[in-house]
Design a protein around this ligand. Sequence first.
Ligand SMILES: NC(=O)c1ccc[n+]([C@@H]2O[C@H](COP(=O)([O-])OP(=O)(O)OC[C@H]3O[C@@H](n4cnc5c(N)ncnc54)[C@H](O)[C@@H]3O)[C@@H](O)[C@H]2O)c1
Ligand SMILES: O=P(O)(O)OC[C@H](O)CO
Length: 249
Amino acid sequence: MLVFVTPHQFIDNICKSLVGKVRSDAEAISLIKGMEVKIEGPCLISTYISEQLGINCSVLMGANLASEIAEEKFSEATVGYGNNREIAEQWVQLFTTPYFMVTPVQDVEGVELCGTLKNVVAIAAGFVDGLDMGNNTKAAIIRFGLREMREFCKLLFSSVKDDSFFESCGVADVITTCFGGRNRKVAEAFAKNGGKRSFYELEAEMLQGQKLQINTFPSSFQLMVNVFPGLLMAIHTSSRLFQLIERDS
Ligand SMILES: NC(=O)c1ccc[n+]([C@@H]2O[C@H](COP(=O)([O-])OP(=O)(O)OC[C@H]3O[C@@H](n4cnc5c(N)ncnc54)[C@H](O)[C@@H]3O)[C@@H](O)[C@H]2O)c1
Ligand SMILES: O=P(O)(O)OC[C@H](O)CO
């Protein structure tokens, strides 16, 4: 059983170093909340692992700030699996503890995309905090964000289930990320600095070696604007903000 949990930026090299060294009946699980963005379109990390290593890959996502889990504060998570319920049960057994409750859901794409797309919503929540726009606006961002996450998921995979958005991987992760996550924190600082300090600079200064879980390259930003128009439009200072971000990236 192989567990992948690194920032998504490293998955390419990690997979390349494993090619030819993994048994064909090995089972993988990805805890990585990110996505490979290629010219031909977005590629799920679980798909990438499966394709590179020729093995099945499930996912584990949820409202899981690592620092809180380390302190054994209660949280829950969602295992997204494909066809094999037995494998899902094995992952549930492996990860479950008295303070970590794991629920299996037969929807790899929906569960993984929730973990990925909530990072975009967290950036918007950080802008709201940095611009002192208040809790009502932040709640609106969370609601818009969740709704647009669902639309985008279904656009990519019609198989994605509505129920997945009510699991820990969905609404719960959006909430915890928009209040306690790194992406929110750096986006808040970006807005507070009026866009004068880049995401890269703030990431290096504020995250102690962690990586932002969103790609701020122009192509990815454009993808974000294209797929989340309503979410970004909901920030009323958007035009100024967009200019700052585009200039920054
Ligand atoms: N930190 C959290 O609260 C949390 C919670 C849930 C899910 N996740 C997800 O888990 C993933 C990893 O989390 P993180 O960003 O907090 O991890 P992290 O920054 O703690 O790093 C995780 C691992 O990546 C390794 N690493 C660092 N540089 C590397 C390199 N150049 N090549 C290969 N490996 C390298 C580190 O040695 C470490 O073992 C992310 O996708 C994140 O979204 C994180
Ligand atoms: O620090 P973030 O924003 O990547 O959030 C960490 C976890 O994904 C929260 O579930």
